[in-house]
Design a protein around this ligand. Structure first.
Ligand SMILES: [Zn+2]
Length: 372
């Protein structure tokens, strides 16, 4: 079914907002227009000449990729170079390109969560919470009759989002007092008269990056000339916010190390696995970080993981695994991230339901590293 590209982007960003991406990253719409109508989508880890050829041959309108194809800024669009040729092909054939990269890696229910479920983990938690994980409790006072509207403004602007719920607020009723002074233009009450009004105290949590816009939206919609509100810093941001790199969880059935190797090969569809560090007797607690996650070795150990699964393990990462007394398995950058196509598929099917366009996994996307 045809759906506007804008709707597809909104569906992905509801789970993996662009603001989660690292500063050095380049995510979002890279080629095309949000107004384009999309009938068919090609899902891929990387964008290469072969992937674009496949997109054209299979008449797709959109490529959704994990790795940015325009990354460090383009200096030229000359078609004497491969990048220029790819862009020419895409534009000539009206194929748009959308990228979700580190925002998808760090999303609470993004790629790492998908992988953690795939390898059978339970009680899944974030390995390294996004920094800063700052949250505030916003308290706003409003005349009772305006409460519903204020709650809608809170929810629409991201306040009260906790796990699988949004619009989480708490309201209690009391009496507010004020005295309008000369020059005021009060919604209720008279100049120089102490006024008592039945008011609601509405509370909701809000993530630090959303606070400024939220307060501005509330002020635009609040009936009072002077909106009374409090902003209270919270200490439990890490508990509210499950966004961040990597996941840690437990296997429902602990496995011996050899059984765990077989288990991971089967679940991730791998013919080989590299490893470093001492093998534990029993594997129960497992950390996973897609792509290149060797930086997580210390954190995985601190969080008592029996093993860390990641990709791109280098010689000195192996040394660190030994020094930290933790077992690390290298399932490959491609080996862990090729599953991003299924992750995108799951997100779009759940978010778009019957209106979801046809989705094809790119056959031309492949591991650049070959084991002979
Ligand atoms: Zn990657």
């Amino acid at each position: 079914m045809a759906v506007k590209l804008n709707k597809i982007i909104q569906t992905i960003e509801a789970l993996a907002p662009e603001k989660l991406a690292e500063d050095w990253d380049n995510v979002g719409l890279q080629v095309g227009s949000r107004q384009q109508r999309i009938n068919r989508i090609l899902l891929t880890l990387d964008i290469t000449v072969d992937v674009v050829d496949e997109a054209v041959k299979k008449k797709v309108d959109l490529i959704i990729a994990h790795h940015p194809f325009i990354f460090n800024g383009l200096k030229t669009l000359s078609t004497d170079f491969e990048k220029g040729q790819i862009i020419e092909q895409l534009i000539k054939n009206e194929v748009a390109v959308y990228v979700a990269h580190t925002n998808l890696d760090k999303a609470a229910k993004g790629l790492n969560h998908y992988l953690a479920e795939m390898i059978g983990l339970e009680s899944i938690k974030t390995l390294e919470h996004s920094n800063p994980a700052a949250y505030y409790k916003l308290v706003v006072f409003t005349p009772v009759e305006a409460s519903q509207k204020i709650i809608e403004v809170l929810g629409k602007n991201g306040a009260g989002a906790i796990g699988d719920y949004d619009y989480c607020t708490y309201r209690s009723t009391g009496i507010g007092t004020f005295r309008p002074l000369q020059g005021a233009n009060p919604f209720v009450g008279q100049i120089n008269k102490l006024t008592c009004v039945s008011e609601d105290r509405i509370e909701a949590i809000v993530a630090a990056p959303d606070l400024k816009n939220l307060i501005a939206a509330l002020k635009r919609n609040h009936p009072y000339e002077e909106m009374a509100y409090d902003v209270i810093a919270l200490e439990n941001g890490d508990l509210i916010n499950e966004n961040g790199l990597g996941k840690i969880g437990v296997l429902s059935q602990p496995l011996e190390a050899s059984g765990f190797i077989t288990h991971i090969k089967t679940r991730l569809g791998l013919t080989a696995l590299r490893g470093a560090g001492e093998l534990p007797d029993i594997v129960r607690r497992v950390a996973i970080c897609s792509g290149a996650g060797a930086d997580m070795i210390g954190l995985a150990k601190a969080k008592r993981a029996d093993v860390l699964i990641t990709g791109d393990l280098k010689h000195h990462d192996g040394q660190r695994a030994l020094e930290n007394n933790i077992w690390v398995l290298d399932a490959g950058h491609y080996g862990t991230e090729k599953w991003v196509t299924n992750c995108f598929k799951q997100m779009l099917e759940a978010g778009l339901g019957d209106t979801c366009p046809e989705m094809i996994v790119a056959e031309a996307s492949r591991d650049f590293i070959v084991t002979y």
